[in-house]
Design a protein around this ligand. Structure first.
Ligand SMILES: [Zn+2]
Length: 497
């Protein structure tokens, strides 16, 4: 399950040839070269590279080359050389027949049709078996596994995981999904975080228009131990606050902040800052989940986009003495809290009740919960600075401007952040003064955040489409950002001291 993805899915699928029996045909190279290879590589800091021994470097290189080959498999999915479903089929048709044949809805199968018209499912490991073999993907995983058993930094957990992965990728009988699960179990249930980590295989439904089927993706990286520990500590504090507040069982979530060296396939196509796995909610309940943050992606967005708008659109008097590295850690923590919020959203059947307004409502809820929970969980920690949550709140305001810039690509984020700002302005908690956001009392803002959170929560629990629409009609005022740009004040009569 991916988090904060970039919507600019750049490969347009134009190839509509009938490719019945396509698997007997080899895709031609010129045909596939039209699709830009979805690989995103990052340079590892020299000091991190130096900290690895020769076996670890060998593992890293081998896994990186396996990941590049996974990107080739993904290109076959994107180019529709392998379709998830027969052309022109409706989701409802597949769902109907899946009552008899549940394997049609498995995220790991493709659906084809017999000449008589009946659907049948084939495991993707079988469909792609020739490519997996030809490209030496499992051979590379085994080579990395052998290497993981050598030297003083040997990692038997990584070795077991890589072998289980290779075994799963070569299995395409009925037990393939069980083998995948067995590998995931090794990955999720180890106590510590491995120095080198890899995710490789079929995950996430972004590429499938019905959002059912997984696609090929991989990433490889080296652990950032310090930031991982810090993030795990923050997430535990946040979740424990949430558990006490709601009186519910806290989900088991592991954190990893990763010096990523490669993101390939579907993960290379979307510019994710983080990703949470496994995707199956049953597996998450059973084995817990792991949330990976891709540090180079986070860093890039922070340095080049977030920090500049923070410095430009927040009242300098309110953030006097706050350093860039301090803003970075608060932004990272808020991001973690927001993303974990997605698995804590209250209520059910949102889509049926709230329709097209579901998505921005969820974003709004997660952002409010992140800010409120950040502050409340820190109140329980002796000597913790409440100024962190103030800085995080200021970043939310500034980020609203970025979402406004990206409004055509990320409509839901724009709707959510614009409404959030208006909710705070309406409660006289913040305002714009000569082109910057400012405020008097931080506790007043967090009271307003708490009130807004309850309001949105009610809609998510038992609201109707009309409630969501009313909320949007009342609070969606994108013109507020023009006051930032023209250095004006808004509302014109802001509260005076
Ligand atoms: Zn979100």
């Amino acid at each position: 399950m991916s988090v904060e993805h970039f919507v600019g899915h750049s490969a347009s699928i134009k190839d509509n040839r009938d490719i019945a029996g396509h698997r007997s045909q080899k895709p031609s190279t010129p045909e596939l070269s039209r699709y830009e290879s979805p690989v995103h590589g990052f340079v590892l800091h020299p000091e991190i590279k130096d900290s690895l021994d020769k076996h670890q470097r060998e593992i890293l290189d081998t896994l990186e080359s396996a990941a590049r080959r996974i990107a080739d498999l993904y290109v076959l999915q994107e180019s529709e050389w392998v379709r998830f479903y027969p052309r022109g089929v409706q989701k409802s048709e597949v769902s109907r027949e899946a009552q008899e044949k549940p394997e049609l809805l498995s995220p790991y199968t493709i659906v084809e049709r017999h000449p008589e018209g009946e659907f049948f499912a084939t495991h993707m490991h079988e469909v792609f078996a020739p490519q997996i073999k030809e490209k030496g993907i499992t051979r590379r995983l085994r080579r990395a596994a052998d290497e993981a058993g050598k030297g003083k930094n040997r990692d038997s957990g990584l070795q077991a995981y890589l072998r289980a992965k290779a075994h799963a990728l070569e299995t395409y009988s009925k037990s393939a999904t069980q083998r995948i699960k067995a590998a995931e179990k090794i990955w999720l249930e180890r106590e510590d975080e491995p120095v080198i980590d890899v995710v490789i295989g079929l995950y996430d439904t972004y590429t499938d228009k019905f959002r059912i089927k997984y696609s090929w993706q991989a990433w490889v990286g080296v652990l950032d131990e310090q930031l991982t520990q810090d993030s795990q500590w923050f997430m535990d504090a946040f979740l424990s606050w949430w558990g006490q507040e709601i009186g519910k069982q806290v989900p088991k979530v592991k954190m990893r902040v990763d010096h990523t060296v490669i993101m390939a396939g579907q993960a290379g196509r979307y510019e994710w800052v983080g990703n949470s796995l496994p995707c199956q909610s049953k597996w998450r309940e059973e084995m817990g989940s792991k949330f990976t943050i891709f540090e180079p992606q986070f860093e890039d967005k922070f340095r080049h986009r977030k920090l500049p708008v923070f410095r430009e659109y927040i009242d300098p008097d309110k953030i006097a003495g706050i350093t860039d590295s301090w803003i970075r850690i608060t932004d990272l923590r808020k991001y973690i809290a927001h993303e974990i919020g997605h698995s804590l959203i209250p209520g059910e059947n949102h889509k049926q009740r709230l329709g097209k307004d579901t998505s921005w409502l969820k974003e709004l809820y997660c952002e409010l919960l992140a800010l409120y929970g950040y502050r409340e969980s820190f109140k329980k920690i002796p000597n913790a600075s409440l100024r962190e949550s103030e800085a995080a709140m200021a970043m939310t305001l500034a980020q609203g401007y970025l979402d406004y810039e990206d409004r055509d690509k990320k409509e839901d984020y724009h709707t959510s952040s614009t409404i959030l700002v208006d909710l705070l302005i309406e409660k006289d908690a913040v305002w714009i003064e000569n082109g910057v956001f400012t405020w008097h009392e931080t506790p007043i803002i967090f009271d307003a955040i708490g009130d807004s959170l309850s309001e949105i929560q009610d809609v998510l629990i038992d609201g109707r489409a009309k409630d969501a629409k009313d909320l949007k009609d009342r609070h969606f005022k994108p013109d507020i950002y023009k006051h930032l740009l023209s250095k004006q004040s808004y509302p014109v009569t802001f509260p005076k001291n």
